[in-house]
Write a protein that binds this ligand. Structure first.
Ligand SMILES: [Fe+2]
Ligand SMILES: [Fe+2]
Length: 269
């Protein structure tokens, strides 16, 4: 099915205010000249984003063992690269709790699907030469393009979402109806956020086939979350087994894994 370049610039502007702050901060970080004080100051201009960054900086996943109480301190202690990931994670958190999200999507379900994907990505990161925090963040963000499609195709998109079958099915329906997909939309947003192209390409292909590139295992994660009971929408649930062969020895759906995930989700609230 042919994909067309549909411009999401306007929809990106309509995302919650924190997206704008995120774009400025990512530009400052990738520019390489910003000091910790300047980044802390920029962060403090968006109170919701700032609060989320501090919360994440103190969470068991990113935390460094001592309490982080100021934004400048967070930048110094965690480093600009990690702060760049934290900002993306916090922005995703803000978007998923905004009123853009409408049925059949459910905020809690979307967030858990994203978090479990992030957690699994972290588990498989070393397999594909990816840093674990980068893999975690990208797993968290992989479906962010859905918000842009909701904004662009307000009336029709919820119907398509309600009928999402397996992950490939859902992607095919998007292409058929809108000549674009949430994967393509995400890629346009990622360009603004200076996400390296090799990672962005993998996110764009997360409903395709498993590849050997960084984060090339993402199509597998999409199915894994469904098997583990964390689909994006209730209609998902048909998973193709062959995709699992390559990684079958890496992560099994065991009782231990399910317990580990639930503990992780518990700590992420
Ligand atoms: Fe997706
Ligand atoms: Fe997904």
């Amino acid at each position: 099915m042919t994909e067309e370049t549909i411009d999401f610039t306007e929809e990106i502007k309509q995302l919650p205010g924190s997206v704008d702050a995120c774009t400025k901060l990512r530009a400052a970080i990738t520019g390489g000249n910003a000091t910790a004080a300047e980044l802390g100051e920029l962060l403090s201009q968006d109170s919701i984003l700032a609060a989320r960054v501090l919360k994440l900086a103190n969470s068991p996943f990113y935390g460094i063992g001592k309490p982080v109480t100021s934004l400048k301190q967070a930048v110094i202690l965690l480093g600009q690269r990690l702060i760049g990931h934290l900002i993306l994670s916090a922005t995703m958190n803000v978007i998923t709790t905004s009123d853009i999200l409408k049925p059949p999507l459910d905020a809690d379900m979307f967030w858990k699907h994203s978090l479990v994907s992030a957690w699994l990505c972290k588990k498989l990161a070393s397999e594909s030469g990816c840093e674990s925090d980068e893999a975690f963040t990208m797993g968290l963000l992989h479906d962010i393009g859905i918000f842009l499609l909701i904004l662009k195709f307000k009336r029709l998109y919820p119907n398509v979402l309600a009928r999402f079958g397996d992950s490939k099915d859902g992607n095919r329906s998007e292409l058929k109806m809108f000549k674009t997909s949430h994967c393509r939309a995400a890629a346009q947003l990622f360009e603004k956020w200076h996400i390296p192209p090799e990672i962005s390409v993998s996110i764009e292909n997360h409903h395709g086939d498993v590849t050997s590139g960084p984060m090339g295992f993402l199509p597998l994660i999409e199915d894994w979350t469904e098997i583990l009971g964390f689909p994006l929408v209730p209609s998902q649930g048909h998973v193709s087994v062959p995709k699992f062969l390559k990684y079958r020895n890496k992560v099994y759906v065991t009782d231990e894994l399910v317990i580990e995930i639930n503990e992780f989700l518990e700590h992420s609230r």
